[in-house]
Structure formats: structure tokens, C-alpha cells
Design a protein around this ligand. Structure first.
Ligand SMILES: Cc1ncc(COP(=O)(O)O)c(C=O)c1O
Length: 509
């Protein structure tokens, strides 16, 4: 009789074969660009009620189930998925995720994952050095001056951790007494919502946020900082931290870190850089200059599951001065805090999570197999591709681009109707023609591309523009009174994807 481990081996091999077959079809552009369908339809297709209620899945059932599951998943490997800032994972890191899934080392304390903890320690030190900071020694001497960091389950937790440390510096007894009412966090209008959430979670109230002067794309104007601080003081508050973006989520534009960093240093203000998306450019020969001055930050966050081609979820929060990080948490957990004197590394005292996955293993695998240089070249390549795509879009009649992209995020409009913009996006996604996003920029809705996939090229973008023109015509026609001859006569030929043809019977809404 086959034991469970042998069965695991066989089912895992089958699962990998099925996943690879699907990903190859995605890569070769033979699948719809999105797995979108209404929830009820997916629940029926996957037969969820029966499987959850009755169990009894066997190998052949699982393979059929997995095929349907993959068909209704986000199609990140499709060149026509140009939507969110989620990595198209490279296989070395994906293998680490698979191994993590089965070895299940909750490594926040060393003895529960010595190899994973050791790798996290090494990877965090590598990141610190990339920023230009001093790595943490295994056994710091008293008074040792170095930097520090920890890997977290995502950039939102990383932002919260950084602001917690900033709060501890501004109000050392806030952990015990709660947040004082006179703290302000200065940030750009386009900061990620996790920053505002962190401020709320820290008990400071959303009124603690002071929105900095910025240009029309939300990029901080360093000349306005002096006045901002004067305003904060005039309202009886203190500056707890200034949060800058590298880069901003909606636009992919970078705040000018050097002048901001110099201002913060001169005024003793904690500078936190949200570099969730952009930090991987530290490895990129041509794009690194976008991060000039990042070493002046007190803290920064870096999502590996964005541009490091690591599968979700995997981020880092880094601190220039280790002692500032030490102040963040005032918690003792005697049953967990072993090993302080041993040659070991417990990330638990410095992390929000108690149970943590072997996150560093995923980063390590991409570094070990591909090398730092290749990861940097990927960033340069995709950032340059976004600029070429911008030029193609800007030249096309009817399309306009509000700014030239700095990273691999770019925005544009077609026509002048905000509602139409979102309707086009949604219909293309539902039909599986293209998966893109949209964002409000300068008060107007724009279509938004994040160019993560190496196979998204100029031909893909030209095809996207033609598809947008087709959809816009269809949607505009649909909003007109029907011409003589009825709906059939009014409908132009279907969209360009297999599913768009299948769905020709559906009227645009
Ligand atoms: C600038 C920025 N900060 C923070 C986040 C949140 O990161 P996560 O999704 O890893 O929690 C994002 C996500 O897109 C982001 O773009």
C-alpha cells in the first residue's frame, strides 16, 4: 500500500505537469488574459459544495479540478496581463515556495527553522548593503553601530512596522501609554493606502496625516517642505515621520529622495521611504539613479513579490540604525525568546508576525540561480519597455499620456469619458482580451499598465490599443438608441480574444 509521502510525490509531480502545461499556454498567448467569471459560476465549475461537503477527491479528480482552477486564476504569465504590481514568479523562487509549503518551518524563532532563519539573516544583510547601510553582525557588541531589518508578510505590514518604530522614537512611552495626540505624519497625496491604515492602527487617528504639497501627479515638492513643517508646528503638533514614495502606486513616479532626505536630516524628522515597488532598482545599473538619496532614509520597505520575481508574499522593512528598530516593540514572550546569546537569529522580537514563513528562501533562490545582475537587468528592461510603450501610445491619435513613465507603471486615456475608461477596462478583462487596471490621476480616470511580464512587447501594446478602440466603439454604440434592424446590425465584429468571440452574444453594458 502506498504511503502518504509517496502519494504526495506523485500528486505533486502531476500538479507541476498540469501547472507547467497551463503556464506554457499562457506564455505562448494561447489563453484568455484573465480568469475572471462571476463567483457563483466559478463555485459551480469547481463543484465546491460537493468537494467541501463530501470530500473524497482522488488524483484524476484533482487534475481536472486544477485545470479548472488555473483557468479561473489570474493569468500573470500571459503577455496580455499588464495589470497589477504582482511578480510573474521566476521558477527558483517558486520552488522555494513549494518546499516551504511542505516543510512548514515557522522560522521567527531560530530553533523552528534554523536554515530559513539563517537565510533571512543573510538576505536582509544583503539588502542593507544594497541600500548603502551597514549589515547587522551575528553578535553585536554593546554600542555597535549598524543597520537592521526583518522580512515580513507584505509591504503593508512592513510600513506599519516602520511607522511603529518612528512612533517609538517620537513618543518613547507610547507603547505603554498610547499614542499622544500631537503627532503628525507628513506624506504625499498619492501614498499607498497602507500608510494611512498604519497611522490609524497606531491609534493616531487619520487627522494625524498632513498631506504634503506635491505636483499634479502627487510627487512631493521639496520646496514646500519648510512651509509644511511650519504649518504642522503652528497647529500644535510634532512631525513624527515623513513618508516618501519610490515609487508611487498609481503613477510609478518617484519622490526626489535626496532633497527630501537632506531636509529631514537637517530638521531631525524620521524619513520613511515606501519603496515597495521601486527598491529592486537598487540592483539596476540604469535605473538606480531614481533612488538617489535613499540611504538618507531612517527606514524603508522593499517588496520582493513585486520586482524581484518572487511569488507572494515576501517583503522587507529595513532600518538605518538598529537601535531605532529595537525600540519598536516592547514585548516579552518568555516562552519564545530563547537563544539570545547563542549563534542564532530570532526575528520574532522585531516582527508583527509570530509565525513566519521562510520568506528569505524565496529571495535567496532567485539570487542564487539568476544572480543579482540579472534581477537588475530585468528592472532596467521593463522600465525601458514602459517608456517605449508610452511613445507608441502617445503617438496614436485619440490617446494621451499624462507623463513619461519612470518605472514600469504607465497611465493613459482614450477619449474624454471617465466612465467609458473603466467600462472598457472591465469588459476587456471579463472577455479575457486584456487584463489592465485603471487609476484616478489629476482627478480623471486613466487606464493603467504595470509591465511585469517579459513577453509583453510592442506588438502586444499595438494590439491593446486596437482592442481599446474596438471596445470604445462597441460601448458607445451600445449607449445609443438602437438603429433600425435591431441589435445585431449595431454590433461591430467581436473583440480580439478567443473569449471575446465566444461572448459576442453579450451586449456591452
Ligand atoms: C507603494 C506601495 N506600498 C505598499 C504596498 C502594499 O504592499 P503589500 O501589497 O505587499 O502589502 C503597495 C502595493 O501595491 C505599494 O505599491
Amino acid at each position: 500500500v502506498e504511503d502518504d509521502l509517496s502519494r504526495f510525490e506523485r500528486v505533486a509531480e502531476d500538479a507541476i505537469r498540469t501547472v507547467v502545461r497551463h503556464l506554457r499556454a499562457e506564455l505562448e498567448d494561447r489563453t484568455p488574459a484573465s480568469g475572471y467569471a462571476p463567483l457563483g459560476e466559478i463555485a459551480d465549475t469547481l463543484d465546491l459544495k460537493r468537494w467541501i461537503g463530501e470530500g473524497g477527491m482522488r488524483e484524476a479528480d484533482f487534475t481536472a479540478f486544477l485545470q479548472r482552477y488555473l483557468a479561473h486564476s489570474v493569468q500573470l504569465h500571459s503577455p496580455r496581463h499588464i495589470a497589477h504590481q504582482v511578480s510573474v514568479p521566476d521558477y527558483p523562487a517558486a520552488i522555494a515556495a513549494l518546499v516551504n509549503g511542505f516543510t512548514n518551518n515557522p522560522m521567527a524563532i531560530y530553533e523552528m527553522g534554523p536554515a530559513a532563519a539563517t537565510i533571512e539573516f543573510a538576505v536582509v544583510n544583503w539588502m542593507l548593503e544594497k541600500v548603502g547601510w551597514t549589515p547587522q553582525p551575528v553578535r553585536p557588541r554593546p554600542g555597535s553601530r549598524h543597520s537592521a531589518g526583518v522580512l515580513t508578510h507584505g509591504g503593508s505590514l512592513a510600513n506599519l512596522t516602520a511607522l511603529l518604530a518612528a512612533r517609538a522614537r517620537a513618543a518613547p512611552d507610547a507603547w505603554e501609554r498610547g499614542a499622544p495626540a500631537d503627532l503628525a505624519v507628513l506624506t504625499a497625496p498619492g501614498s499607498h493606502y497602507s500608510v494611512a491604515r498604519a497611522v490609524a492602527i497606531l491609534g493616531m487617528g487619520s487627522n494625524a496625516i498632513y498631506t504634503l504639497p506635491a505636483n499634479r501627479f502627487g510627487v512631493i515638492d521639496p520646496d514646500g517642505l519648510e512651509q509644511a513643517v511650519t504649518d504642522v508646528h503652528a497647529s500644535g503638533r510634532r512631525c513624527m515621520a515623513l513618508v516618501a514614495n519610490a515609487c508611487q502606486t498609481a503613477t510609478g513616479l518617484h519622490d526626489p529622495l535626496r532633497p527630501i532626505g537632506e531636509f529631514c536630516a537637517a530638521n531631525d524628522i524620521w524619513l520613511h521611504v515606501d519603496a515597495c515597488h521601486g527598491a529592486t532598482a537598487l540592483l539596476a545599473a540604469r535605473s538606480r539613479q531614481l533612488l538617489d538619496g535613499i540611504e538618507l532614509a531612517d527606514s524603508l520597505v522593499w517588496d520582493a513579490h513585486k520586482m524581484m520575481q518572487v511569488p507572494v508574499i515576501c517583503a522587507a522593512v529595513l532600518f538605518r540604525r538598529s537601535e531605532c528598530f529595537d525600540e519598536a516593540f516592547h514585548q516579552d514572550a518568555s516562552y519564545l525568546a530563547y537563544g539570545k546569546d547563542a549563534d542564532s537569529y530570532d526575528s520574532l522580537p522585531r516582527a508583527i508576525e509570530c509565525t513566519k514563513s521562510g520568506l528569505g528562501f524565496k529571495i535567496f533562490m532567485n539570487l542564487a540561480w539568476r544572480g543579482e545582475r540579472a534581477l537588475g537587468d530585468y528592472v532596467d528592461d521593463r522600465y525601458a519597455a514602459a517608456r517605449r510603450f508610452h511613445d507608441i501610445i502617445a503617438e496614436r491619435p485619440g490617446f494621451e499620456c499624462p507623463y513619461r513613465p519612470e518605472s514600469n507603471i504607465l497611465c493613459f486615456r482614450y477619449g474624454d469619458d471617465d466612465d467609458l475608461m473603466e467600462a472598457i477596462r472591465e469588459r476587456m478583462m471579463r472577455d479575457g482580451a486584456f487584463h489592465i487596471t485603471s487609476a484616478i490621476i489629476g482627478g480623471r480616470r486613466h487606464l493603467r499598465l504595470t509591465v511585469m511580464n517579459k513577453r509583453t512587447d510592442e506588438a502586444t501594446i499595438r494590439r491593446l490599443l486596437t482592442t481599446i478602440e474596438d471596445y470604445a466603439a462597441r460601448l458607445r454604440d451600445a449607449s445609443q438608441p438602437e438603429p433600425a434592424g435591431g441589435a445585431e446590425a449595431a454590433r461591430p465584429p467581436g473583440g480580439s480574444s478567443p473569449r471575446a468571440h465566444q461572448n459576442d452574444h453579450r451586449r456591452p453594458r
